[in-house]
Design a protein. Structure first.
Length: 341
């Protein structure tokens, strides 16, 4: 029996992206066991069940994903103790930012431990959804991955016609669209006769923003979501979602809920769900793509350092409305095709 370590980025959204990929790995290697860092999504029974995962055999500390020299002794002790002979590294990082991993990989080769990683696809990350890139890596190592069923949670979907969700939170402030823009969008959605629900997670500053928007004309409900299940069920009941780049976007794609995502400090070509255009639309800050703080992997170096986020000013409510109209057109076209067939 072979033993692997699967390494992914820490976020819960990354867990939603990774679930079908890990399920494919398990199906391809049914006799193997593997370990991974704790992840709220991947440690949840309904996620594993819907994706077809049995779940990892055990865990290792989340910070080991960085392969820092200070963790190296503990990491190698774990590898030797558990008999790990394969490291599947599904982190998205550019070559010039990943020296610690390359040091680990060189040592792994000397110790007879095999490594798979996204660097095999090229020195610079491709501008393709992370899920598609990770699937390409697994396929290159003989793991069949089928991404043609992106809505793997669709059985939970129960949309309410005319209800638009606005998820205004995000873990990093630079990924949050300003209140005045949300307000302008909500006003225009109300003028279209749509009902708007505003939602956020647990962070106090996010909840303060939601309360500020709750008095806007057109807002029919303000939802404070305290669990992954609550977020899932809220999105499942929406006609369409507008969201900052966060977990909500990837849950929406998995549920088959049409979503327009605001990519302010991230690259939407990389961090969008692997979903068709009738489900997922991108509103991208062009400023962010040219910013000196944008890393090649499509993330901002100043997530948590108090950046004034000039990239947010590059996305306007009119841009969101255009993509919402495109979603509506795409959905009508898809329905017409089904009728013709």
């Amino acid at each position: 029996m072979r033993t692997a370590m699967a390494v992914i980025n820490e976020g819960v959204g990354n867990g939603i992206i990774a679930a079908p990929l890990l399920a494919a790995f398990e199906r391809s290697h049914p006799g193997w066991r593997y370990f991974m860092a704790p992840n709220v999504a991947l440690d949840t029974a309904w996620v594993r069940g819907a994706a077809g995962m049995r779940g990892a055999s055990g865990t290792f500390p989340a910070l080991w994903r960085r392969f820092l020299p200070t963790h190296r002794r503990e990491l190698w002790d774990f590898v030797e103790r558990e008999g790990v002979d394969l490291v599947v590294n599904l982190r998205m990082e550019s070559a010039d930012e990943d020296g610690n991993y390359f040091e680990f990989r060189a040592e792994a080769a000397k110790r007879g431990v095999e490594c798979w990683d996204l660097h095999e696809l090229g020195d610079r990350p491709q501008r393709l959804p992370f899920g598609e890139q990770a699937a390409s890596l697994l396929r290159a190592h003989g793991v069949p991955v089928d991404l043609t069923r992106p809505a793997w949670l669709a059985e939970r979907r129960q949309p309410r016609p005319g209800v638009v969700g606005c998820y205004v939170g995000a873990s990093a402030e630079v990924k949050r669209w300003p209140a005045q823009d949300w307000s302008a969008l909500i006003t225009q959605l109300d003028e279209r006769g749509l009902n708007v629900e505003v939602a956020v997670g647990r962070a106090p500053d996010e909840q303060a923003l939601a309360r500020r928007l709750s008095s806007e004309r057109g807002v029919t409900d303000t939802v404070f979501l305290h669990s992954l299940e609550a977020l899932r069920d809220w999105i499942a009941g929406l006609d369409v979602l507008v969201s900052n780049d966060t977990l909500a976007v990837h849950l929406a794609a998995a549920l088959g809920c049409p979503v327009v995502t605001l990519y302010l400090a991230t690259d939407g070509d990389i961090w969008s769900p692997a979903a068709p255009p009738e489900v997922s639309r991108i509103v991208q800050s062009a400023f962010a793509l040219t910013c000196s703080y944008m890393k090649p992997n499509g993330t901002c170096r100043r997530y948590y350092t108090g950046c004034p986020a000039p990239c947010a000013a590059d996305v306007r409510p009119a841009d969101v409305l255009i993509e919402l109209d495109q979603l509506e057109w795409s959905m009508r076209q898809l329905s017409h095709q089904k009728v013709v067939k």
